[in-house]
Design a protein. Structure first.
Length: 311
């Protein structure tokens, strides 16, 4: 399989356990300013050694600029380096969020009232999110809401490693990662039980799973991109509300954005594909809005518009 068509799941994650603990230790000893100084040469090396990731970053930034003009100039290599540095800085925010050491008073929430009302009714909801910003700061909602359980579906084998990190940093966390390569009937039953208990189930909507049986093609930043439909099929199966969630930087902190995509996803037999397209388009609009808001906070360093679905 050529580099251009390799599935993202085969590219590997570069946030290994040892590296994660190293970042944590540097911050604990030196603080955030010196953390950035120490991390800069590491980011430079990774940026220089990964031409595919650089090219993917540049492609994204160019298409974002063409679609919205938010960057303000034609993106170049300096912008891709800024993109990489933003990702590295976000890794620290993730660790701080998981450990409870992030100053949650710097987190502002938009649209959380609708989620609170859903949870207050005793029933849970599906959240479709993206690889944007520091999603671990959804703990801010738990902090203000008084505690909720969140199950995050992930499509890589690194979930078990990250679960161990999460448990060490925050033994009382009610956030868990569930590794799946495909959503089986048993998985659907498990998630249905979560919804019935009034919990949240989250899944990303901007990467095609390894064994995706179906995708949908929609314009994203003006160019057709393949997108998974699993979140919408699950929401229909679980008969629960569907929300978009994203978390990006703003001055002095972060903002967590929630948008209700559907009170209930309906997939009528005669117009199933059309209904899937409609709800997926709402997701794309929400994702485009949040990347316009924070251009350097979307972290898909692979050929996103050319995702393959074969393993």
């Amino acid at each position: 399989m050529s580099t251009s068509t390799r599935h993202w799941a085969h590219l590997g994650e570069n946030t290994f356990v040892a590296g994660t603990w190293l970042l944590w230790g540097v911050h604990r000893v030196f603080g955030r300013t010196l953390f950035r100084v120490c991390l800069f040469p590491v980011v430079i090396w990774y940026w220089a050694a990964n031409p595919m990731a650089r090219a993917a970053s540049l492609q994204y930034l160019q298409r974002l600029q063409a679609a919205s003009g938010v960057i303000g100039h034609a993106p170049g290599w300096r912008d891709t380096l800024r993109h990489f540095l933003s990702f590295a800085d976000t890794l620290l925010d993730k660790l701080l969020a998981i450990s409870g050491r992030y100053p949650f008073e710097r987190v502002r929430c938009e649209g959380q009232d609708a989620v609170r009302r859903t949870l207050a009714s005793g029933r849970g909801a599906m959240i479709v999110t993206a690889h944007v910003g520091c999603l671990e700061l959804c703990r801010a909602l738990a902090h203000h809401h008084g505690g909720f359980a969140l199950t995050v579906l992930v499509h890589t084998a690194h979930a078990e490693r990250f679960n161990r990190i999460l448990q060490r940093l925050d033994p009382g966390s009610r956030v868990r990662l569930l590794q799946v390569t495909e959503v089986s009937a048993a998985t659907a039953v498990l998630l249905g039980e979560c919804i019935e208990r009034g919990e949240l189930v989250a899944i990303v909507g901007d990467r095609v799973p390894v064994r995706a049986s179906k995708t949908i093609t929609l314009p994203f930043l003006g160019v057709d991109a393949p997108l998974p439909v699993g979140a919408y099929v699950l929401a229909a199966l679980l008969r629960c509300p569907l929300y978009f969630m994203g978390c990006v930087r703003e001055a002095g902190g972060h903002v967590v954005v929630y948008e209700r995509l559907a009170d209930r996803v309906e997939l009528p037999r005669g117009r199933r594909d059309e209904a899937l397209r409609e709800v997926a388009q709402r997701y794309v609009r929400s994702l485009e809005a949040i990347v316009r808001r924070a251009p350097f906070d979307w972290f898909n360093f692979f050929p996103f518009w050319d995702q393959g679905t074969t393993t």
